[in-house]
Design a protein around this ligand. Sequence first.
Ligand code: NAP
Length: 290
Amino acid sequence: MTTRLIDGKAIAADVQARVGRGVSEWVAGHHRRPALVTILVGNDPASAIYVRKKHEACDAIGIESRPVHLPAATRAAELLAYIDACNADDTVDGILVQLPLPRHIDTSAVIERIRPDKDVDGFHPYNIGRLAQRIPVLRPCTPAGIMELLRHTGIDLHGRRACVVGASNHVGRPMAMELLLAGATVTVCHRFTQDLAHHVADAEIVVAAVGKPGLVKGEWLRAGAIVIDVGINRMPDGHLCGDVAYDPSSGKAAWITPVPGGVGPMTVAMLMHNTLEACRLRTMKAGSLA
Ligand code: NAP
């Protein structure tokens, strides 16, 4: 079997172009441009790159982007007050606080402070809860982007066995809920899981989101598996690698995402989608209340 690469860059470009057309139509309908505020606290170089990519995407498709950079020593109360101001500002459609935050700030409290209808990362308990109850509104970007990637393989997910390796609030858990919503039978693995190899080998779809280079071994995969590698790990020599150690020449997997160029671009594309969606939904709600 030939292993095919899932070209996240190309698929993300399509999604972004579609959102860009949506923005143009929205503005042509005499609406204000959607606006995204990103809040970066501190000087983590990787976070700064991620935020820059998000703004570049906004600029490319006509979403107004407002980057806010706060010092690492920012007190939690100051950050919360800033979020309150964005919540109250009618010209702000999306609020994204770049994670991770400095250790002295409680991440959950910050996420919960963002208005759910401006929570374009989809991390607020309200939005996670909607997804859990099969009535999603603003979906967490990385899992939603992965669902787009899976759609491009042409696979019908109903009844398929999927294994999600990693159970974080932002990736693994909502990923499992997305797959469940799509009709897959889902196993979620975490640090206490016994015999990870067995769970991976049983799965037709494997999503690895741990942050440990090469944790999932290529030889564990079942023949014909679809493999989504979410991990982004910077190695000592500077190159990036994923959580899956797979040699495409083995031909075992049917599809795999590259790192970089797989899941990463989709996360940004879905953020653009969510920002336009948040703008539309809030505008329509305001109209119906008027
Ligand atoms: P995280 O918050 O550190 O969570 C890691 C998860 O992996 C936890 O649920 C942990 O289990 C689990 N885990 C740890 N060791 C394990 C093991 N030996 N076997 C199975 N599970 C294990 O990380 P994250 O935010 O989910 O991110 C995961 C990776 O994806 C990172 O490399 C990150 O950079 C990358 N990422 C990429 C994108 C993208 O757009 N491409 C977006 C987000 C994240 P416990 O819950 O039991 O602790």
